[in-house]
Design a protein around this ligand. Structure first.
Ligand code: WT7
Length: 658
């Protein structure tokens, strides 16, 4: 594409072939002008803007009376008050009535030859049957149900069945350990857990029911476990508590009426890492979240009726919630449920799926793109003729990866949307609108409707206006899909997001705004690291390490990694100054895998005789970061260290290797 290769200016949106007209295209004015006009309206008159979008995108069983109430300062926001709706009705019933044979879910199993397709009619029936099962297990409106499942259609059916009967789903990524699962089940007082006997990914099976069994030893409130039989393997069984999914669902009728929910009733909890040790149960409410999901699906991805949407994220993370399940189903299109890994059975898997199902939209984290780019362009086979939009999410996408995505994957025919958002924002907050706004490789670009970004000076909290500025990223206005609270810890919600800068939502990210008004996301300002697009708190890894009886002190910092973006490195001192052995090192890695999950394991562990600490005992992680980056000549002021000689010894330890 000439616009890209000729210079460094923005790529105009109309440089792309669009078989369907973008939603924002207008005969008189350009789509970009339309975006600017609508964005200005959404900021100036949010009530009118969101009120009409909410009525346009969703079906309400009772119309709302008030669009927005509350303020960022008080942290008491509510949206669409008086409105009643059901999330499942909006995702399933209305499409099943209008278009029963339309494909809703396309299941791509780990083995390419397996898999199946569910129409909207099939989906409605299966969701209703599961809804009865949940009710039979005693789940009531307002109860929270834990879901610990692989990426099979039944996982999506599980979410929808919960919200159909007014229950709140809490999905726990099936890569989390039994300890993490236990804590999340207990925090939300779940009585029912949905799982599978085993999961399959990349040709390997994982005994996930076994992990549930271990977790439940310390979850006294759980009375029922529903087990989807994914493989033929037998599992340990507790009669009365455990039930096979396939056995119980089929005896129930094919229809149950959806529960009428208030717009502000909780829709789901999703736990995410904070900068302190304990994960937060981020709570999203029904009306606002659904409006955000549908609006960004329509305008950022420019989803049209006949599209097939493929988001490679897992439902264990927010990306899977919003863009595997809610956005595509609210808009009534087909969504791919991919169980496998991008490398199995070979690095062409994604592109094969795209061709097989005429996928129009593909959405994945840069970490997968880096891996595939490294595997070689010869694997990027097929014509991908239907592909219109290529999305990126979860971490910054380096310009060379952006260009590879655009030129090699999209063959210059599809628009890249680098979408910036968070578990707490519910849906995209800064992102290009496909077909409407220009793009620059590496920039998340422009605010979505209703988002009023501000770049703040971290020290003074003053807003930094104008072009070519850098600071921390905050939002000046509330938007419908923002998280309402942290489950059971509203004060923590206030402290994390709304109190750092009064009157703003604080993202925790650094950002800059360039001369053309594009936003570029920097990195986290706190101790959260981003490994393969997954958010992990260094404090949580440290806490896991310190639980091991050999460890005296631990400091975890992030380093850049070619594939995973960032990776964690741990510096430890051992009790009684014992010497590290390969066994101890293995045990420590295992400790993190057991406590948090395999994905959180540190990449390297250095055992040292002391950590760099101030005289008051605070660990100076900055010093460790600089040493790892090979910038030991730029350590800054080390005179505040209680023992400055420790620096030399740590440098030597790093040079010697882990
Ligand atoms: C953090 C949120 C949102 C879905 C996946 C992650 C980082 C997210 C981008 C992007 C640069 C990004 C931020 C953010 N992040 N998207 N397009 N460019 N950084 O959700 O686990 O809640 O993490 O991911 O640091 O704060 P999450």
């Amino acid at each position: 594409m000439s616009a890209l290769t000729n210079g460094s200016g923005p790529v105009p949106a109309d440089a792309f072939a669009h078989p369907s007209k973008p939603h924002l295209e207008d005969d008189g004015t350009s789509a970009f002008e339309n975006y600017k006009r609508l964005h200005a309206q959404s900021i100036k008159n949010p009530q009118e803007f969101w009120g009409s979008l909410a009525r346009d995108l969703l079906t309400w069983s009772r119309d709302f009376d008030i669009v927005r109430r509350g303020s960022l300062e008080r942290g008491d926001l509510s949206w669409f008050l008086g409105g009643e709706l059901n999330a499942c009705y909006n995702c399933v019933d209305r499409h099943a009535f209008a278009n029963p044979d339309k494909v809703a879910l396309i299941y791509e199993a780990d083995e390419p030859e397996h898999g199946r397709v569910l129409t909207y009619d099939d989906l409605l029936r299966e969701v209703c049957q599961l809804s009865y099962v949940l009710k039979d297990m005693g789940v009531k409106k307002g109860d929270t149900v834990a879901i610990y499942m692989p990426m099979v259609p039944e996982a999506i059916i599980a979410l929808l069945a919960c919200v159909r009967i007014g229950a709140v789903h809490s999905v726990i990524f099936a890569g989390f350990s039994s300890d993490s699962l236990r804590d999340r089940i207990n925090d939300a007082k779940c009585k029912v857990v949905l799982t599978a006997n085993e999961s399959k990914r990349g040709g390997k099976t994982h005994a996930i029911k076994h992990i549930v069994d271990k977790a439940l030893v310390e979850c006294p409130a759980v009375t029922s476990v529903l087990v989807f039989k994914r493989t033929e393997s037998e599992v340990q069984w507790i009669p009365g508590r455990d039930h096979w999914w396939q056995d119980v669902v089929k005896k129930w009728p094919a229809y149950i009426a959806p529960e009428r929910m208030n717009a502000e009733d909780p829709l789901f909890l999703l736990y995410t890492s904070g900068s302190t040790g304990k994960p937060k149960g981020v709570l999203h409410s029904t009306g606002g979240y659904l409006v955000g999901a549908a609006a960004t699906g329509k305008y950022v991805f420019d989803i049209h009726d006949t599209d097939s949407f493929f988001c490679g994220g897992d439902i264990g993370w927010i990306t899977g919630h919003t863009y595997v399940v809610y956005a595509p189903l609210l808009l009534g299109v087909s969504t791919i449920v991919f169980e496998g890994s991008p490398m199995y059975p070979n690095p062409s898997r994604y592109w094969d799926i795209i061709d097989k199902h005429n996928v129009t939209h593909f959405y994945v984290a840069p970490t997968a793109l880096r891996l595939l780019k490294k595997s070689g362009d010869q694997h990027v086979t097929g014509d991908r003729a239907h592909l219109r939009v290529l999305g990126s999410v979860g971490e910054p996408i380096a310009p060379e990866v952006w260009k590879w995505y655009f030129e090699v994957v999209g063959k210059g025919q599809a628009q890249i949307v680098d979408t910036y958002w968070q578990t707490e924002t519910g849906s995209h907050v800064i992102a290009p609108l496909a077909g409407a706004t220009p793009t620059k490789p590496g920039a998340a670009s422009f605010p979505f409707f209703g988002i009023e970004p501000a770049i703040l000076d971290a020290a003074t909290g003053e807003e930094i206006d104008g072009a070519n500025v850098e600071g921390v990223l905050a939002f000046k206005q509330a938007w419908p899909s923002m998280a309402r609270t942290v489950w059971g810890a509203h004060d923590r919600y206030m402290d994390t997001y709304l109190r750092p800068f009064k009157g703003y939502y604080y993202t925790g990210d650094g950002a800059s705004r360039d001369k053309d008004g594009f936003y570029w996301i920097g990195g986290r300002m706190d101790d959260i690291i981003n490994v393969s697009g997954h958010r992990i708190s260094t404090a949580e890894i440290e806490a896991a390490l310190i639980e091991d009886f050999t460890v005296a002190e631990a400091a975890v910092v992030a380093v850049q990694d070619e594939i995973t973006g960032q990776a964690s490195v741990a510096f430890l001192t051992l009790k009684d100054h014992r010497a590290v052995t390969p066994e101890i090192r293995d045990e420590l890695i295992l400790q993190v895998r057991r406590t948090i999950g395999p994905f959180a394991a540190p990449k390297r562990i250095y055992v040292v005789d002391d950590l760099p600490k101030t005289r008051s005992g605070k660990i100076m992680r900055r010093v460790l970061r600089k040493i790892l980056a090979g910038e030991e000549d730029q350590l800054g002021d080390t005179s505040t260290l209680s023992d400055p000689t420790v620096v030399e010894r740590i440098i030597a330890a790093v040079k010697a290797g882990p």
